[in-house]
Design a protein around this ligand. Structure first.
Ligand code: ZN
Length: 233
């Protein structure tokens, strides 16, 4: 038997034969139900795995659901302003290490640790404002990527606990990046700092199911933060 419910702002839970599947938007949940109603259990197993993979892969993006952040091409002036802010985080080679997406690109903004590159697309801009993720201003988003993910990667502090799943590690790395950016990000407004904390809390609230079965599940959000690398100067 299948039934589904809305589990959060951008989260739908679908129960099928006692198994829980998560979809990140209503459309995805609807398509799942429409396409899978007549499938056998084995056929469904494959679909469930694919959806779980997709939901997990969204954790590491500043954009958690499509269309909720900016999607208009950045102007030359916007790019200039964004570049000038972002370069403060680099001691050298900012021109090569900060890259803007071309207009056809559908890749999300993100920090690519292997190449030490900050890749910036239109989703660096805020969106429709009804979630903390969507509200995050572009300075806060850059601080999340650079003060959060980049600084951690360069100093070997990217969150990693060998006893928990990749999803759980990703979730805790995301929380660490936003809390760290909130505390240590450069030239952020009070609103940016508050939004970054809300962003961390929202990710925790939406995805803490990934912590089930780990030592973190019994901790409060504040206690989890104490275990992360979020030092002030
Ligand atoms: Zn992130």
């Amino acid at each position: 038997m299948i039934f589904s419910k809305k589990a959060g702002d951008n989260l739908y839970e679908i129960y099928y034969n006692g198994k829980l599947v998560t979809a990140t938007d209503a459309n995805e949940a609807g398509i799942f139900l429409k396409d899978n109603f007549w499938k056998t259990e084995r056929q469904l197993e494959k679909t469930v795995k694919e959806i779980e993979k997709k939901a997990g892969s969204k954790i590491r993006k500043i954009v958690e659901s499509d269309g909720l952040r900016g999607n208009k091409a950045l102007t030359i002036n916007e790019k200039k302003e964004i570049f000038n802010y972002a370069k403060q985080y680099f001691s050298e080679n900012a021109e090569e290490l900060i890259q803007f997406a071309d207009e056809m690109s559908t890749n999300n903004t993100g920090y690519m640790a292997l190449m030490d590159v900050l890749y910036i697309n239109t989703d660096i801009m805020p969106g429709t404002l009804n979630t903390a993720n969507s509200r995050l201003g572009w300075k806060a988003a850059i601080a999340h990527e650079l003060e959060g993910h980049r600084f951690a990667a360069l100093t070997d502090k990217t969150f990693f606990d060998p006893n928990i799943s990749a999803y759980a590690n990703d979730l805790l790395e995301e929380i660490q990046a936003s809390v760290r950016a909130s505390k240590n990000g450069k030239n952020l407004s009070k609103i940016d700092k508050e939004d970054l904390l809300q962003h961390a809390l929202e990710r925790y609230t939406n995805h803490n199911r990934f912590l089930e079965g780990t030592e973190y599940v019994s901790l409060t959000f504040e206690q989890i933060i104490e275990k992360l690398w979020t030092l002030k100067y």
